[in-house]
Design a protein around this ligand. Sequence first.
Ligand code: BGC
Length: 282
Amino acid sequence: MHPAHLPRPVMPQVPPQQLLLGQKAIVTGASSGIGRAIALALGQAGADVVVNYVAGEDKAEQVCEEIRRCGVRAMAVRADVSDEGQVREMFARMIRQFGTVDVLVNNAGLQQDAAFEDLTLAQWNKVIGINLTGQFLCAREAVREFKRRGVTPEVSCSAGKILCISSVHEVIPWAGHVNYAASKGGVMLMMKSLAQEVAPYRIRVNSICPGAIRTPINMEAWGTPEAYRELLKLIPYKRIGEADEIGRAAVWLASDYADYVHGISLFVDGGMTLYPGFETGG
Ligand code: BGC
């Protein structure tokens, strides 16, 4: 059988480890896709979770319901991450309800694709506003709280963790998606510069860079057999990724198991960043 047709692997069913027991996490854009999977994984790992969303309260509430089944707390909070006032209010609410913030997962993001000459300023601003400025605004609130509280050794050996959900497109240029690639390139150096600045306070900052993950954002790339075949040409590992695989990476990266991991971009992409054109060429 050609490797492209191998079935989806069965993941090991390890018992849920309580790697984040007692920690308070916030995941932006958590009502669907990768954000939802991360929020569920953090809850399974023992964290109380704020599920941020901007539209679709029902879906956010459902995610909270699922998280609560793990025996932890969950709260849906509506906020547009590109709006400074709404972000500040969201963090204030989280701190009132949960006491503090230990983990921020900067996940909210979107695509508004266009050929470059047709790309409107509105599309540019929307994507930069949510994907980059939104990560800045949330990270700033988190850093303020981490510095105020400092390390609580019985909870975690760090004062706080920020996970930026970036993309393979922080390094892979993407024609027809210039605003999106620019936003993710920006996330890369925002993350690394911030990591350098706050490390002395025991605040860890890292990125996860997903490749092609089966979510609504890229349905066009996997929704038909022809599209999927084309997509696999870009993935040496010859399968699309699943959102829960990003969730597991996030649990590890947010946990003290990764305490010495700082300022990195962790690519979870089936090798998409390995110049797949060179599998046969060159
Ligand atoms: C994009 C997806 C795309 C993937 C790989 C992600 O960041 O949001 O649409 O499939 O990168 O190209």
